[in-house]
Design a protein around this ligand. Sequence first.
Ligand SMILES: Cc1cc2nc3c(=O)[nH]c(=O)nc-3n(C[C@H](O)[C@H](O)[C@H](O)COP(=O)(O)O)c2cc1C
Length: 167
Amino acid sequence: MKEIFTYASYAPTHYMKEPWKVKLFQGKGKHAFVDEILLSYERIGMLRKDTGPKTMKMKESMRQFLLAIPHHAVIYFKAEEDPIRYEEDYAAVCAFIQNAQLAAWEFRVGMLWTITPYMHDQEFAQKIEIKEDQMKIAAVLQLGYPNKVPRDKGRTPIEEKLEFIDE
Ligand SMILES: Cc1cc2nc3c(=O)[nH]c(=O)nc-3n(C[C@H](O)[C@H](O)[C@H](O)COP(=O)(O)O)c2cc1C
């Protein structure tokens, strides 16, 4: 993990701010983290709050799904008030994330970039000890050796996006 995130940190960064911060939840550290995700889902209405069998079953299956993911990396940064500075920092953090994905794959470690609703829940951030003022969660990365490698989805031919202006 240290090697992967060291490669990631060579991302371009304006003013050498290196705005990225990472909390890596793994092993026993995942239990409280996953509990907080489920509580957040209840707060934001994605999970019902009752203790009926249907809700409990759904909650348990979500818990097991999340616990089966070997590592969860919460990527966060200080949200500058100035929108231009914010954009620069978010851009650097995104470059950091993709560097991490590419470095991970060199070790055949898969890394899924997720934007999940609990990222926007301030109470969730507090509960996982992201307490400093104005911190913003940029993404949650789910890492591990994949059971199967996803198919190549392909991409739109670059000719459709690339315009040469020669004169
Ligand atoms: C900002 C961002 C958020 C994403 N969020 C999710 C997500 O929540 N769940 C997911 O399965 N994939 C997520 N992805 C991954 C995309 O679904 C994936 O990159 C896309 O389907 C193309 O697949 P490929 O990267 O394997 O070529 C996200 C990607 C980005 C850049």
